[in-house]
Design a binder for this molecule. Structure first.
Ligand code: GLC
Length: 628
């Protein structure tokens, strides 16, 4: 799909149908239909009947918002209802198919039984864009299996301070690495790179425009106090590759640039993204992002619309939004030309997605497809896990382990598929434990499959039933430690403080609303021994048995682990590997070698104040190999 000025002739080629369709429909639309198309509501707050009545252009699932039993069939049935409502044609109503969006950022990760891939930080450690593209192709198919057409991915943040709770959504602190992934993932998700969707594609969403990873002290939704040169050279860079691959949508960042909200930044959206970079697709706001723009809601809506936002993610208050935008157009505060540009872009994207010609969700090729969560998909995910691992220490070549060795497996993260998946998995904040991650393997389950003399110690969060483990019964300890799941600001490392007034909350459901107002950060220090002292204790307990310790860290970012490293003979950074933790065991036992390298510098000490982490223990690109 290529950029076209409103009065220019439609582009040639495949995008022409999309352009012609958009123009034809737009010319027949009322203001109510246009404003409805610009509205994106959350499934818990809008019914199919309201989609029909208010011409709602898009529905989304916030993290953890799932229909029925959260199986593909429940999602397909839900999407089928929304689609049918949007295509209702009687009484002169224009049928315009609804676009359903989800955060499928490391697999179809909302849905029970999905294949869950390593988060982006692990894919970045693999230094293999084609590996990430393979993951994206499988993700697209497992999203299509649910009847959904749009994912809010890839995140193209270039995280510059690992205290940010979204570091794991970033591929690297190096913009060139992020850029090398951007285009490949967009083309894989969309199953095409010419501005339309291939038969196995879903619409991609490059996010969050722009500078979300540049905020001072890594504060989520904070202020990126950087020059325009740095903003362009570092943070806008990956978007060039994403747009080159014809990403159909871009999401605006909830952060600020030099104290101005990105959601109201006309220069960044209209002038740079749409003008200079020629982005022809639709720009969507982030969750209630317009609430932060101005005290007066009408003023906020006008500023955000005039800044160039085309579709508004207003999960709960979509009626208020429709009323406010309609008033702002009628008063002339928002010109009709701006509305027409927004709706033309939305219609162009829907046409480029082939939505007007596709059958209803229940009758589509991939809906409820048996490949969802299949062994073949999990094999691909397990390979990605193997390639993502980074070996930071390997004294006396203790690794690879001997499968015949007597191994004590300990550590709270050893048998916890939920924690190894991290945030944006089944629930917005993720789910610790094993109950809600169906399929896949924990690290322990991967070890147990190859090492008959391995035993899971009590502190491996699973009663091994072995009572006190006798001394002298083991040759080596494998201690698996790390973070608990988190997402967004709740993963920040900063002083605890209530969320700024007006900052969007992200309840997984109405019952969470009260809690979400006090989004507390993960901790106040990057020191793992401060965040989880039980991890150093587990390592030292194994040492006290006279055992050499192999430590595996499952985390969404580098942490200060100087003490844990000192007490370990070997140390592996495994990031957030997803559902296929068995891939960690594959490399620990030498079935594959270590290939990963650090995508972020590994800090030697806790950063103080606003400065990003300073002294480095291991540089970007560091990673040991097996000597064998
Ligand atoms: C969140 C995130 C964004 C996500 C959106 C929908 O606030 O910032 O990445 O796509 O809401 O869940």
């Amino acid at each position: 799909m290529s950029a076209t000025a409103p009065d220019a002739p439609p582009p040639a080629g495949r995008a022409s149908e999309a352009e012609v369709r958009a123009r034809q429909l737009l010319s027949r639309m009322t203001l109510a239909q246009k404003v409805g198309q610009m509205t994106q509501a959350e499934r818990m707050h809008v019914s199919p009947a309201e989609v029909r009545e208010f011409h709602i252009g898009s529905v989304l699932s916030g993290g953890g918002s799932a229909p029925g039993a959260n199986r593909p069939a429940d999602w397909v049935a839900m999407n089928d209802e929304y689609w049918a409502a949007s295509m209702f044609e009687e009484d002169g109503r224009l049928p315009v198919p609804v676009l359903y969006g989800v955060d499928a950022i490391h697999g179809s990760n909302n849905v029970l039984g999905a294949t869950v891939f390593p988060h982006n930080i692990g894919l970045g450690a693999a230094c293999d864009p084609e590996l990430a593209a393979a993951a994206a192709r499988i993700t697209a198919r497992e999203v299509l299996a649910t009847g959904v057409d749009w994912t809010f991915a890839p995140t193209l943040a270039v995280a510059r301070d690992v205290r940010w709770g979204r570091t794991y959504e970033s591929f690297s602190e190096d913009p060139a690495v992020a850029a090398s992934y951007a285009g490949r993932i967009v083309a894989a998700l969309q199953d095409a790179s010419d501005g339309s969707l291939g038969p196995d594609g879903i619409a991609a969403c490059a996010k969050h425009w722009v500078g979300d990873g540049a905020t001072t002290a890594g504060v989520d939704q904070g202020d990126a106090r950087i020059s325009e040169d740095e903003l362009r050279r570092v943070h806008a860079m990956p978007y060039r590759d994403a747009l080159e691959a014809s990403a159909l949508t871009v999401m605006v960042s909830l952060s600020m640039w030099n104290q101005r909200r990105c959601h109201a930044h006309r220069y960044l959206i209209e002038d740079v993204l749409k003008g200079e970079m020629g982005f022809p697709g639709l720009v969507v706001s982030d969750w209630n992002g317009i609430d932060q723009v101005a005290e007066d809601y009408g003023e906020a809506v006008a500023q955000a619309a005039n800044a160039g936002i085309d579709m508004f993610m207003v999960p709960e208050q979509w009626r208020l939004f429709i009323s406010a935008l309609t008033s702002q157009v009628q008063s002339g505060a928002v010109p009709m030309e701006r509305i027409d540009d927004a709706v033309r872009r939305i219609l162009r994207v829907k046409a480029a997605c082939g939505l007007f010609g596709r059958p209803r969700p229940a009758q589509r090729k991939w809906s409820n497809h048996p490949s969802f969560g299949s062994p073949a998909h999990r094999v691909a995910a397990r390979r990605a896990v193997r390639r993502s691992l980074v070996l930071l220490k390997n004294e006396d070549g203790i690794l690879p382990l001997d499968p015949a060795a007597r191994i004590l497996v300990a550590g709270k993260n050893a048998h916890d598929r939920g924690s190894q998946c991290g945030g944006f998995t089944v629930e917005w904040q993720g789910v610790a434990g094993n109950d809600r991650i169906e399929g896949g393997t924990s690290v322990w389950e991967g070890v147990r499959a190859v090492a008959p003399h391995a035993v899971l110690g009590e502190d491996g969060s699973a009663a091994s039933g072995s009572g006190e483990l006798p001394d002298g019964a083991f040759d080596v300890a494998l201690v698996v430690i790390g973070e608990r799941p988190y997402a967004e600001g709740m993963g920040d490392i900063r002083d605890p403080s209530p969320v700024r007034p007006g900052a969007p909350r992200m309840p997984a459901g109405p019952e969470d609303a009260a809690g979400a107002e006090t989004l507390q950060p993960y901790g106040q220090s990057l020191e793992l021994a401060a965040l989880h002292p039980e991890d150093l204790a587990a390592i030292r307990s194994a040492r006290a048995r006279g055992l050499p310790v192999v430590t595996v860290l499952l985390s969404g970012r580098p942490l200060v682990t100087t003490r844990e490293l000192a007490d370990s003979a070997a140390f592996v950074a495994a990031w957030l590997p997803g559902s296929e933790g068995g891939g960690v065991a594959d490399v620990l036992f030498g079935k594959a070698g270590f290939r990963g390298t650090l995508p972020f510098a590994w800090p030697a000490s806790d950063p103080q104040g606003d400065d990003p982490p300073g002294d480095v223990l291991f540089p970007v690109g560091y990673g040991l190999r097996y000597s064998c």
